[in-house]
Design a protein. Structure first.
Length: 228
């Protein structure tokens, strides 16, 4: 309950601003479309297309940052689409304005506030990306990393020793305790900073491990948390 209240206090004003400003910008775009022959449901469709194009482009920019996609030109395609949506939105708002300085400023306010709210939500979603922890070479079972390795690096990716088989060899039953402890510290740090549990992809990027090992680590952490 406390987490929900904190989320509402932190994100609620931005969402309310986005809704109100989006409605104002939507109205100006719809009226402009109606004035220029797009009557009936078509005027609503034009307004929806312009506003949702800006939201979609902002989301694509977020996805590109998360996946580390490298743009091929001066600007990425989502950025170009977002700029086009901004121009169309402002043009429609200014078209409905009284031809004075204050008329243009007041008419452009809903579109500007909507775009600012979208950019704020985009900024919160992306956030700073931590560089992945270096991957150390596997060590023999039960052997800890050399003391020359900095303590800030992830522990060696060593499976925990399990029951011995008939030929005397240990069975691999999961990640090493040292790696589990390191993953727990990373997960706790992420939860304290962002207020939500870490995902498998973020844990994999932070530790520099495979998807399967990241899933096993998350499963181990959740099991330990439930049994605590």
């Amino acid at each position: 309950m406390r987490r929900l209240a904190c989320w509402l206090l932190d994100t609620g004003p931005v969402l309310v601003l986005a809704a109100i400003a989006g409605a104002g910008s939507f109205t100006h775009i719809r009226d402009t479309a109606t004035t220029h022959g797009q009557t009936g449901w078509m005027s609503w469709a034009v307004a929806v297309c312009v506003d949702l194009t800006c939201v979609m482009a902002a989301r694509e920019r977020q996805r590109d940052k998360k996946t580390g996609r490298v743009r091929s030109g001066v600007v990425s395609w989502p950025t170009l689409v977002l700029a086009g949506g901004i121009v169309l939105s402002l043009a429609a708002n200014l078209h409905q304005a009284e031809p004075t300085l204050w008329g243009w400023l007041t008419a452009a306010t809903p579109a500007g506030a909507f775009l600012i709210a979208v950019s704020m939500l985009e900024r919160r979603t992306t956030g700073p990306q931590s560089s992945p922890a270096p991957v150390l070479a596997p060590s023999p079972v039960g052997v800890m990393p050399s003391s020359s390795v900095p303590s800030s690096q992830a522990p060696a990716l060593v499976p925990a020793p399990g029951p011995a088989t008939q030929d005397g060899q240990d069975c691999e039953v999961g990640p090493s305790p040292a790696l589990v402890d390191y993953a727990r510290r990373v997960a706790d740090e992420h939860h304290a900073k962002h207020g939500r549990p870490i995902t498998r992809d973020l844990l994999r990027a932070r530790l520099g491990v495979s998807n399967q090992l990241a899933s096993d680590l998350l499963r181990t952490l959740r099991t330990a948390s439930e049994s605590a």
